[in-house]
Design a protein around this ligand. Structure first.
Ligand code: NIG
Ligand code: FE
Length: 407
């Protein structure tokens, strides 16, 4: 079945095959084509070009002056969780910080207790609802982390839920083992790190439940030394690393991540020039999560400085119950422009191709490239891409196709 989208005002995000990310000045541009068609076949982009060259198809969709963009890729989420943390939201309003809430037994441990009491089926239903919400808002690929289990059984339960989501959503899903998100109840710090390395990672790997391993390398959570051990244990079992670093303090997490060839280092609300220097020449994608800066009142990452230094950056939602209870990448786009002063095009590249790269799938999604999955957003009529983050509350998605099917 060939479906052709015709009369596209502008096709945005055209990238030659084989280009996995954009860096430095490349982030200032994106391939575009005006007055275009795009042909989908078997869930993939089969061809695109100028309207005058439009081929025959079985079915036509008239874009009526809308633009077509690749769907968002959200390379950092924690959407498998139970219930919510609305009580802590009130604590936060009353002046407690993220660290103070965590120190009182709230935060990640609160979510872990809730998850322990929730059945696997119920956890799946609640999480799948969030996935549907994200897809409705334009996300076509997402990474999901464990990390609210904090013991072998409950971490496995979370990862099985992610496996079930992978099977049942049209979106492309990657799964990350984040056992080292906080020390689980009943363990000393050392016992817990040992369990992550010697018990959990081998079990996760034996069942093929994770694509990546992640560590919350930050003040009050896991040290650089812990991180080194955990990433090494992950690598032994073929798990590429991702890192949470520099959210609460400059943690050394970027350096240990680069040492282990991490796919991405994420958060980076607090960065010195050393982190930027360390990332230059590496394969690691710096990823910023402006939704958590917004929600927690933290500094926004210095994305512009990274780009000026010749690096690429990715943007993700960090959707989780404690620091970013939203998976809306449209809002992330607006925050990146308004608060981080990225241009609309720089932010677009960070939300699509570079975010795909940060989750190891930029050969498959993240751009308009023949052969990639037909994960596409058809917009309402728009005069420019800038209108999207500018009129940040105006609905602009007309249709969203994931693997060629409309959602
Ligand atoms: O990425 N920083 C660590 N983990 C999450 C927050 C998790 C939570 O509070 O539940 C984050 O912000
Ligand atoms: Fe996170």
């Amino acid at each position: 079945m060939k479906t052709c989208i015709k009369n596209i005002r502008e096709l945005v995000g055209i990238v030659p095959a084989g280009v996995r990310r954009k860096q430095g000045v490349e982030m200032n541009e994106t391939g575009t084509l005006r007055d275009a068609f795009l042909l989908m076949e078997d869930g993939r982009i089969a061809a695109f070009g100028k309207m005058e060259d439009m081929p025959a198809a079985d079915e036509y969709i008239d874009a009526e002056g809308g633009m077509v963009l690749p769907s968002f890729c959200d390379s950092h989420t924690h959407i498998v969780y139970a219930g919510s943390r609305d009580g802590e939201f009130l604590d936060k309003i009353n002046g407690l910080t993220y660290e103070q809430i965590a120190a009182r037994g709230g935060g990640i441990l609160n979510s872990s207790d809730l998850l322990h009491r929730t059945s696997e089926d119920e956890l799946y239903e609640q999480s799948m609802e969030r996935v549907r919400e994200m897809v409705a808002k334009g996300t076509g690929a997402l990474e999901i982390k464990s990390g609210y289990g904090l013991n072998p059984e409950d971490e496995m339960k979370m990862l099985r839920v992610i496996r079930r989501i992978k099977k049942n959503t049209p979106a492309l899903v990657k799964s990350t083992f984040l056992g080292a998100h906080a020390v689980g109840r009943g363990y000393t710090h050392e016992e817990y790190v040992r369990s992550v390395c010697e018990e959990m990672i081998p079990r996760v790997a034996a069942e093929g439940l994770a694509d990546f391993v992640d560590v919350f390398c930050d003040e009050g959570f896991f040290t650089v030394e812990d991180t080194d051990l955990i990433l090494e244990a992950g690598a032994k079992y073929g798990l590429r690393s991702k890192i949470h670093a520099n959210e609460l303090a400059v943690s050394g997490g970027v350096q240990v991540g680069v040492k282990h060839h991490a796919l991405s280092v994420d958060h980076l609300e607090r960065t010195t020039d050393d982190e930027i220097a360390c990332l230059r020449g590496s394969d690691t994608m710096p990823t910023m999560l402006p939704g958590s800066s917004f929600f927690l009142g933290l500094p926004y990452g210095r994305a512009k400085d990274y780009i000026h230094a010749g690096l690429g950056v990715a943007l993700a939602s960090d959707y989780n119950p404690g620091s970013s209870p939203s998976g809306d990448m449209r809002f992330v786009w607006a925050l990146a422009c308004i608060q981080m002063r990225l241009t609309p095009v720089q932010a677009f590249n960070a939300l699509t191709l570079n975010a795909a790269c940060a989750m190891g799938v930029s050969d498959e999604v993240g751009s308009i490239t023949a052969g990639k999955r037909a994960n596409l957003i058809l917009t309402r009529p728009l005069q420019s891409l800038t209108m999207i983050p500018y009129q940040y509350q105006t609905p602009w998605i007309q249709r969203h196709f994931v693997a060629g099917i409309q959602y």
